[in-house]
Design a protein around this ligand. Structure first.
Ligand code: SR1
Ligand code: MG
Length: 403
C-alpha cells in the first residue's frame, strides 16, 4: 500500500505496468503529464512501439488552478471513479473504461482516448460532430432517468445518494456559479474592458432573484445523479464517437444542471465564432450548426427520456397522473435554460473561463464575444421560468445575437 503523494512520471510508469493486459512485460514506456484542467494530474502512459496507452488520473489535495491555499478532498477521486463506472453501465460506450481505482493514491486508471479530441478544442477548430446530439442525449437520458425516482427503486436511490455526497465540490459550484459572479468577489476574474458588465451583474436585483431560485434547486433538489461538470472540456469526441469524462463533481442534484451545462458550452462557442471563422459566411454557417445542435440535443433528450419513462417508469402516480409528464418536462426545460444561463455568465466574469473566448487574440473581437455571451446568458436566466419550447430558446439566442 502506498501513502498518498503526487506521483512522478517515473512512478506513473511503474504503476501502469501493473495493469494486466495493457503493456508487454519490459515494454519501453513513455509518460507525459497532460493535465490541463483546473484540479488534477493526468499522466498519459504509452508504449509507442506497440501503439498501446492508458491514462492515470490523480487528484491533488488542492485546486491546481489556485494552488495549495485551496485544499480539496481526495475523496473526489472515489466519487469520480464510481460515477464513471455507473455511467458506463447506464450509457455503455459513452464513457472511458475504468481499469483500476486506488483509494490511497486517489488514482483512477482508465482507457486512453487520445484518438479523440477535447470537444472544446474541436469546436474552436470548427469541427463538425454529426453524432454528438445523438450520443449526448442518450448519455443524459440514460444516466438521469435511471438514477432518478422515475427510473430507479426509490429506496435504493436514497441509499445510493449517500455515496455521492460531495460537499466540497458542490461548494465550488455554489460559490463560483451561483454566488460570486453576482457580487464583487475576490475570486472573480474579468477583462477590465467589460467592468461595466460585471458591475451591472452585481446590481441586477431581478437577475439575483432568478439566480437565487436556481441556486436553491442546486442546493436542495436531489433529482438524479449528475455528472456535475458537463462542459465541452469534459467530453472527448470524434465524428463517430463521444466519451464523457471527469465526473468528479457528481452528486444528486437537479437534472437541468447537466443538460444546461451542455447547452451553455455550445452557446459559449456560438458567442465566440467571430474569433474563429475566417468569413462572415463561415461564421453564419457554424452558428447555424451550433444552434441546430442545441435544438437536436434538447429534442432528442426529451424523446428518449419520455420513451424510458413510458416503458420503464417505476412511479405509478407520476406515470399516470394526467398532465404530470408535460408539467415535469416543462419544468426540466426551464431549469435547463436557467442553469445554462448561469453557466455562461460564470465563464465570463467568474474564476474559471473557457478557451473558446479567452484564446481569441484580437481584444476587440474578444470583448464582443464576452458581451454576447453575457447577453445570451442573462437572457436565459432572466426569462428561464417563461420558456415553454426549444424553439423559443433558439429565437431568444438569435435575438441576443442580432442585438
Ligand atoms: C476551482 S475549479 C473551477 C472550475 O473547474 C471545474 O471544471 C468546474 O467547472 C469548476 O467550477
Ligand atoms: Mg473537470
Amino acid at each position: 500500500m502506498s501513502t498518498y503523494h503526487p506521483l512522478s512520471e517515473a512512478e506513473a510508469i511503474e504503476i501502469a505496468r501493473t495493469i494486466e493486459g495493457v503493456f508487454e512485460p519490459g515494454a519501453k514506456l513513455v509518460s507525459r503529464e497532460i493535465g490541463d484542467g483546473n484540479l488534477n494530474l493526468v499522466f498519459h502512459i504509452s508504449d509507442p512501439a506497440a501503439g498501446r496507452s492508458i491514462i492515470l488520473k490523480q487528484a491533488l489535495p488542492y485546486a491546481k488552478v489556485v494552488g495549495e491555499s485551496w485544499p480539496l478532498t481526495l475523496d473526489r477521486a472515489r466519487i469520480e471513479s464510481e460515477a464513471l463506472i455507473l455511467e458506463g453501465q447506464l450509457a455503455p460506450g459513452l464513457v472511458p473504461n475504468v481499469y483500476l481505482y486506488d483509494k490511497d493514491l486517489a488514482l483512477t486508471i482508465m482507457e486512453d482516448l487520445s484518438d479523440h479530441v477535447i470537444m472544446r478544442q474541436g469546436l474552436m477548430n470548427s469541427g463538425r460532430y454529426p453524432l454528438f446530439a445523438e450520443h449526448i442525449s442518450t448519455f443524459l437520458a440514460q444516466t438521469l432517468f435511471f438514477t432518478s425516482d422515475l427510473g430507479h427503486n426509490q429506496q435504493e436511490k436514497k441509499l445510493r445518494t449517500s455515496g455521492f455526497i460531495n460537499p466540497e465540490l458542490c461548494k465550488i459550484t455554489e460559490d463560483l456559479i451561483f454566488d460570486h459572479p453576482y457580487t464583487d468577489a475576490d475570486t472573480n476574474s474579468f477583462d477590465p474592458a467589460i467592468r461595466d458588465e460585471a458591475e451591472a451583474l452585481w446590481n441586477d436585483g431581478a437577475l439575483h432573484l432568478e439566480v437565487a431560485l436556481l441556486r436553491e434547486k442546486f442546493l436542495t433538489h436531489s433529482q438524479a445523479l449528475l455528472h456535475g461538470d458537463l462542459h465541452t472540456g469534459s467530453i472527448f469526441i470524434t465524428p463517430e464517437s463521444t466519451k464523457v469524462i471527469d465526473p468528479e463533481f457528481a452528486y444528486y442534484g437537479p437534472m437541468g444542471f447537466d443538460i444546461g451545462a451542455v447547452i451553455a458550452n455550445l452557446l459559449l462557442n456560438f458567442a465566440s465564432r467571430e474569433g474563429w471563422d475566417k468569413t462572415a459566411a463561415e461564421r453564419e454557417e457554424y452558428e447555424a450548426y451550433l444552434l441546430q445542435t442545441v435544438k437536436d440535443v434538447l429534442e432528442k433528450f426529451e424523446a428518449k427520456f419520455l420513451a424510458l419513462w413510458n416503458e420503464q417508469g417505476v412511479d405509478r402516480l407520476a406515470g399516470s397522473a394526467p398532465g404530470y409528464k408535460e408539467n415535469y418536462m416543462q419544468r426540466l426545460l426551464q431549469d435547463t435554460i436557467g442553469f445554462a444561463g448561469c453557466k455562461m455568465v460564470r465563464r465570463i466574469v467568474g474564476l474559471a473561463h473557457v478557451a473558446d473566448i479567452d484564446k481569441i487574440q484580437d481584444a476587440a473581437v474578444r470583448e464582443r464575444a464576452q458581451r454576447l455571451a453575457l447577453r445570451i446568458g442573462k437572457t436565459l436566466i432572466a426569462s428561464n421560468r417563461s420558456f415553454t419550447s426549444v424553439n423559443q430558446l433558439i429565437d431568444a439566442v438569435q435575438t441576443a445575437n442580432a442585438a
